[in-house]
Design a protein around this ligand. Structure first.
Ligand SMILES: CC(C)(COP(=O)(O)OP(=O)(O)OC[C@H]1O[C@@H](n2cnc3c(N)ncnc32)[C@H](O)[C@@H]1OP(=O)(O)O)[C@@H](O)C(=O)NCCC(=O)NCCS
Length: 165
């Protein structure tokens, strides 16, 4: 198993993993390729037996380069529960080669995504028992069209983790 930044020619593999997750908002293939091109240092791809099995998309926040924002994380169903998401995230928070040390990690999670909540709370524990605060960020009306036929997107709560002790 290998964890490393994705290459441009692997953007489409991240798109495929996001599509197959059936949980994530699926972005355009262009978005995954763009992340692999412009933000590879703050993204990770997990490769198992030569095949992409999971990814993390992240970036350092422009207003605070010590804050890593994690936009999406996904692991193919066959490889879940093996610690891949945790290992990719650990690799990112301990990478100080981009903009210095990561002091805080921000992400958003919907209230029904227990696997994701557990993944980030578990990371906080490993990261020096870092504090975790949860606050409102993007509400359904920010993420959904209005109208009788509108499909409402669940609110995305902001999880702020760190700094570690
Ligand atoms: C969330 C996801 C990335 C976790 O990947 P994973 O590689 O299976 O996670 P890990 O094996 O590293 O587990 C991390 C922690 O979460 C827990 N966990 C993982 N899946 C869980 C589940 N379905 N229910 C409860 N806990 C779960 C693990 O037990 C572990 O906790 P521990 O460290 O205390 O033992 C994966 O389930 C997934 O791809 N889901 C679909 C996409 C998604 O919802 N992404 C998050 C929103 S951006």
């Amino acid at each position: 198993m290998l964890i490393r930044p994705p290459r441009v020619d692997e953007g489409i593999a991240m798109w495929r993993i996001a599509r197959d997750s059936q949980t994530l908002d699926l972005n355009s293939s262009y978005a995954y390729v763009l992340y692999a091109h412009d933000f590879a240092d703050t993204c990770r791809l997990a490769i198992v037996d030569g095949v992409p099995a999971g990814f993390v998309l992240g970036y350092r926040r422009p207003a605070d380069r010590s804050c890593l924002f994690v936009w999406q994380v996904a692991v193919d169903a066959d490889f879940r529960g093996l610690g891949l998401a945790g290992r990719m995230l650990d690799d990112l928070i301990h990478d100080d080669s981009v903009d210095g040390a990561v002091k805080t990690l921000h992400t958003t999670i919907t209230d029904d995504n227990v696997a994701s909540q557990r993944t980030f709370r578990s990371l906080a524990k490993r990261w020096g028992d870092a504090p975790v605060t949860v606050n409102a960020l993007f509400e359904s009306e920010h993420l959904s069209l209005s109208g009788p036929d509108a499909e409402l997107h669940d609110p995305e709560r902001l999880y702020e983790i760190g700094p570690p002790a």
